[in-house]
Design a protein around this ligand. Structure first.
Ligand code: ADP
Length: 189
């Protein structure tokens, strides 16, 4: 299978993680989640992890250059000609989107589409608070959740227009059962 990139966007708690796993299996995509990569750095106590920790705990974004460097090394590690990637939680700012466009161009990876998973804010907060109990993530308390939503609105929401203008954005209704939502994703592709 040839190179392909899909971007998976949506507010925190819209259910991206679960759906991303399904999609990666079905389309043989490598799941590149910047949130997971950062949590791995924190676990391994790397310098990058130490730099990211307090920002993540507060629900703020990690600086663009750090994130872009991390994504670039990941793409470089992958076998050329077989770079099939689902970007989850990246890009989150216009600067990251511009950097990604340049990377995709450099590595000859066509952008298949951008999926935007939508969910209602109260439902999202409820989901995240539930996840806090299940997984014990430090940034899943109500105050941080509200801040992550506000950061999303201010810094990431503008990308909806960015990709709509490019003509490859597909909006997915994220409400309903996992199977229902996944059905809509498959249809959009
Ligand atoms: P969620 O989508 O539920 O907020 P993520 O796992 O995607 O969770 O991200 C967790 C945190 O990691 C974010 O709040 C942010 O601090 C940091 N992070 C993840 N991806 C990025 C990114 N692309 N740019 C900046 N910060 C990021």
């Amino acid at each position: 299978m040839s190179n392909e990139a899909i971007i998976f966007m949506g507010p925190p708690g819209a259910g991206k993680g679960t759906q991303a796993n399904n999609l990666c299996k079905d389309r043989e995509l490598h799941h590149l989640s910047t949130g997971d990569m950062l949590r791995d750095h924190i676990k391994r106590e790397t310098d990058l992890g130490k730099q990211a920790q307090s920002l993540m705990d507060a629900g703020e974004l990690v600086p663009d250059d750090v994130i872009i460097g991390m994504v670039r090394s990941k793409i470089e590690e992958m076998e050329q000609g077989k770079t099939r990637i689902l970007f989850d939680g990246f890009p989150r700012t216009t600067a990251q989107a511009d950097a990604l466009a340049a990377l995709l161009d450099e590595f000859s990876i066509p952008l298949h589409c951008v999926l935007l998973l939508q969910a209602d804010e109260e439902e999202i907060v409820a989901r995240l608070l539930k996840r806090a109990v299940e997984q014990g993530r430090k940034d899943d308390n109500e105050e941080t959740i509200r801040n992550r939503m506000s950061v999303y609105r201010k810094q990431t929401q503008p990308l909806v227009e960015y990709y709509t203008e490019k003509g490859n954005l597909k909006e997915i209704n994220g409400m309903g059962t996992l199977d229902e939502v996944y059905g809509r994703i498959k249809e959009a592709l």
